[in-house]
Design a protein around this ligand. Structure first.
Ligand code: PNS
Length: 162
C-alpha cells in the first residue's frame, strides 16, 4: 500500500519526522508530498523544503519526497494511493483537518484520511514556532533534526542579521 503524507513542511520538524518514521512501518511506500497551502506564505522554497526533508529522512528506499501542485486527490490518484496520512497534535488541529478530510472525500470518495496522534513530546511543536525561534536567534535543538538545524538558522537568522 502507498501512503501519502502531505504538508507544507516549512520547514520539517521532529514532529513531522516522528510521523514519517511511524507511518512508513505501516505501508509499502510512503510519499512525503510538499504542497501549497494557499493561506500560508512559506519561508523556504519548495526545493529547499524537499532538500531539508531528504536530509532529515536519510536513505530509505520506502520513502520518496516530492512536491505537488493542484489538488491532493489528483496527486494521490496519480501515485495509485488512496490513503492520506495526517498528524494530529491537539484538538486545535482537529477542526481544520476534519474539514480537509471531508473535502478530500467529497472530491474522491475512495480516498481515506488516516490520522496519527503526535508523540506527546512533540505536541507543542510546529514549523511556525521553529521559524519564530530561529529568526530571533533562539536554540532550535531538539525541535528539528540535527542534520538540518544549521541550514535553518543560516536561512532565517543569519540572512536577517547580515
Ligand atoms: O502542512 P499544511 O499547511 O497543513 O499542508 C496543507 C496541504 C498542502 C496538505 C493542503 O493545503 C493541500 O492539500 N493543498 C493542495 C490543494 C488541495 O488539495 N486542498 C484540499 C482540498 S480543498
Amino acid at each position: 500500500m502507498v501512503f501519502i503524507y502531505p504538508g507544507s513542511f516549512d520547514p520539517i520538524t521532529n514532529g513531522h519526522l516522528d510521523i514519517i518514521n511511524r507511518a512508513v512501518k505501516l505501508c509499502d511506500k510512503l510519499i512525503v508530498a510538499v504542497g501549497t497551502n494557499i493561506s500560508k506564505k512559506p519561508a523556504f522554497s519548495v526545493e529547499e523544503r524537499i532538500e531539508l526533508i531528504r536530509a532529515s529522512v536519510g536513505e530509505n528506499e520506502k520513502i520518496s519526497v516530492m512536491s505537488f501542485s493542484g489538488l491532493l486527490v489528483e496527486f494521490a490518484k496519480k501515485h495509485n494511493s488512496n490513503i492520506i496520512i495526517k498528524g494530529l497534535r491537539a484538538m486545535s488541529d482537529f477542526e481544520y483537518e476534519f474539514q480537509m478530510a471531508l473535502l478530500n472525500k467529497q472530491l474522491d470518495s475512495e480516498l481515506e484520511t488516516l490520522f496519527m496522534m503526535t508523540s506527546v513530546h512533540y505536541s507543542f511543536l510546529s514549523s511556525s514556532v521553529v521559524k519564530e525561534i530561529a529568526i530571533n536567534g533562539g536554540d532550535i535543538g531538539g525541535l528539528v533534526p540535527d542534520s538540518i538545524k544549521d541550514r535553518i538558522i543560516k536561512k532565517l537568522y543569519c540572512s536577517k542579521n547580515v
